[in-house]
Ligand binder design. Structure first.
Ligand code: FES
Length: 167
């Protein structure tokens, strides 16, 4: 299986908007997160370098801040949208693992990705989106939203609401 994997149409990926894409490999389903930065598509494994958890709080639902940075729903690590480097939070300067992303003829695609990276702190055998994990993420996301909302002049909650409406 070496053919590129279609993710979405070009007009379905925009600056400041993060999307989740499940990609089937030979062995498992790999989850990617993709966005655009200054018009250029970017993609990473949807795996936080802090504890190896998914960055989103629900399928295809991500928290962003006022600077189009991606905020991990688990403990609030903040990643810039160019290199996916953590600029704030518990894994500062760590980077999301990038995935090659291609844009051609109005399509966004990726090569078949290998299995995702795993943090040393990640619990073995945990499923990416099992119900318990989802419930935990939802609770964590609620706390993170309070933290983001508490920042002066930060419109993080509004941004999240807008993003949810777009998807
Ligand atoms: S797992 Fe992302 S900040 Fe902890």
């Amino acid at each position: 299986m070496n053919a590129p994997v279609f993710l979405c149409r070009s007009d379905e990926l925009s600056d400041g908007h993060y999307r989740e894409f499940p990609v089937e490999t030979d062995d498992e389903t790999v989850f990617l997160v993709a966005t655009r930065h200054r018009g250029e598509p970017r993609a990473w494994y949807n795996v936080c370098p802090h504890q190896g958890r998914a960055l989103n709080f629900a399928p295809d639902r991500f928290i962003t801040d006022d600077n189009d940075h991606l905020v991990c729903c688990a403990h609030g690590a903040v990643f810039e949208p160019d290199q996916g480097r953590c600029v704030s939070g518990p894994c500062q300067n760590a980077e999301l693992k990038a995935v090659t992303i291609m844009e051609s003829d109005g399509d966004i695609s990726v090569p078949p990705p290998p299995p995702p990276p795993r943090s040393e702190q990640q619990v073995d055998g945990s499923e990416h989106h099992d119900q318990e994990d989802q419930a935990h993420h939802a609770a964590d996301a609620h706390e993170i939203l309070h933290l983001v909302a508490a920042r002066p002049h930060d419109q993080g909650v509004d941004r999240m609401s807008r993003q949810n409406e777009c998807v």
